[in-house]
Ligand binder design. Structure first.
Ligand code: ADP
Ligand code: MG
Length: 276
C-alpha cells in the first residue's frame, strides 16, 4: 500500500535506538511480530502503515508487557501509534463505562495544543474503528458545551490539553478514577507552556489510580530530557524503561553514537570519565 507521508520510512531502519532499564522486552521486526489483536491489524492496514517505525517496534512490546516507559524521540518518528496501539490493546480487555453525564474514561492522553490533541484524536479514531473504544478530544479556546455533549455520548479515551481537562474535572463532568493508561505526549513542550501545575494536579491531586500498585500504566514522550522532565518521570512512572531514538539522517556513517542514561548526581563523573 502507498505510504501517505513524505517521510522515507526505509531510512528509519538505520537510526539508533537505545533502551535502558530492567528487563526490556525485545523489539519486534514487523507489525505481525507485535502480535496485536486482529481489529488493530486491520486498522493498521487501513491506515496504510506497511511497517512499524523504530520507536513503534520498541515501544509497543514494552507497553504490551505492562511496563512504564519514558521515550525521547524527535517529531515525525511515529510516536502517536506507538502509544495508541498498546493503549487500545489494553482497553479491549476492559469493560467500557456506559455513556453518562459524568465521564469515566479508561485512558488519558495529555498533549500541549489544540492542533496536537486533534491530530492524536483523529489518529485514535482510525485505530479505534470497529474496536468498541470511543475517543473524545477536549481542548481550550473552543465552546465547552459541544465537547460536553460529545463526552456524554461515551468516552473511553480522552485526548486533552491540561487546562481544559482541569476545567471539566472542576465542573464535575469527568472522573479519572478508572484511568488504566496515561500518556503524556510532548511533555517538554507542555512544561515550556507552563502546564506543570495542571499536569501534577491531574496525575497526583485528583482521583487517578496510583501507578505504584500496578493499576495504572504510564508512558511519557519528550524530545528532550531536562531535569524537570526527569523529575516528572521519577514521580509518574514506576520501574520504567528509558528509550532514546536517534535523529533520522543526523548520524554520520563514521560516528558511532552511544546513548547512556545517567542519573543527575553521577552525570559529572560519567562525563569526566568520557573525557579522559
Ligand atoms: P510524531 O508524533 O513522532 O511526530 P506521528 O505519530 O505524528 O509522529 O507520525 C508522523 C506521520 O507518520 C503521521 O502522518 C503518521 O500517520 C505517519 N506514520 C506513523 N507511523 C507510520 C508507519 N508505521 N507507517 C507509515 N506511516 C506512519
Ligand atoms: Mg506527535
Amino acid at each position: 500500500m502507498e505510504e501517505k507521508t513524505g517521510i522515507n520510512f526505509d531510512r528509519y531502519d538505520n537510526i539508533p535506538v537505545e533502551t535502558s532499564g530492567r528487563d526490556a522486552p525485545p523489539p519486534a521486526a514487523d507489525f505481525a511480530g507485535l502480535n496485536l489483536p486482529e481489529v488493530l491489524n486491520q486498522n493498521i492496514q487501513l491506515a496504510g502503515y506497511a511497517k512499524p517505525t523504530p520507536i513503534q517496534k520498541y515501544t509497543v512490546p514494552i507497553s504490551i508487557a505492562g511496563r512504564d516507559l519514558m521515550a525521547c524521540a524527535q517529531t515525525g518518528s511515529g510516536k502517536t501509534a506507538s502509544f495508541l496501539l498498546p493503549m487500545i490493546t489494553k482497553l479491549l480487555g476492559i469493560e467500557k463505562p456506559p455513556p453518562a453525564r459524568k465521564a469515566y474514561p479508561l485512558a488519558l492522553i495529555l498533549s500541549p495544543t489544540r492542533e496536537l490533541t486533534s491530530q492524536i484524536c483523529n489518529e485514535a479514531k482510525k485505530f479505534c474503528y470497529l474496536s468498541g473504544c470511543r475517543p473524545v478530544v477536549v481542548y481550550g479556546g473552543a465552546d465547552i458545551r459541544d465537547q460536553l455533549r460529545d463526552l456524554e455520548r461515551g468516552c473511553d479515551i480522552v485526548v486533552a490539553t491540561p487546562g481544559r481537562l482541569v476545567d471539566l474535572i472542576e465542573r464535575g463532568r469527568m472522573s479519572l478514577n478508572r484511568i488504566a493508561f496515561l500518556t503524556l505526549d510532548e511533555a517538554d513542550r507542555m512544561l515550556d507552556m507552563g502546564f506543570e501545575p495542571q499536569i501534577r494536579r491531574i496525575v497526583e491531586g485528583e482521583d487517578m489510580p496510583s501507578h505504584r500498585n500496578g493499576s495504572r500504566q504510564t508512558m511519557m514522550f519528550s524530545a528532550t530530557f531536562p531535569k524537570e522532565i526527569q523529575r516528572l518521570a521519577a514521580d509518574f512512572l514506576y520501574d520504567y524503561i528509558f528509550l532514546a531514538v536517534g535523529r533520522v539522517g543526523s548520524t554520520h556513517e563514521n560516528i558511532t553514537q552511544r546513548v547512556e542514561f545517567v542519573d543527575d548526581h553521577i552525570k559529572r563523573d560519567v562525563l569526566q570519565r568520557l573525557l579522559r
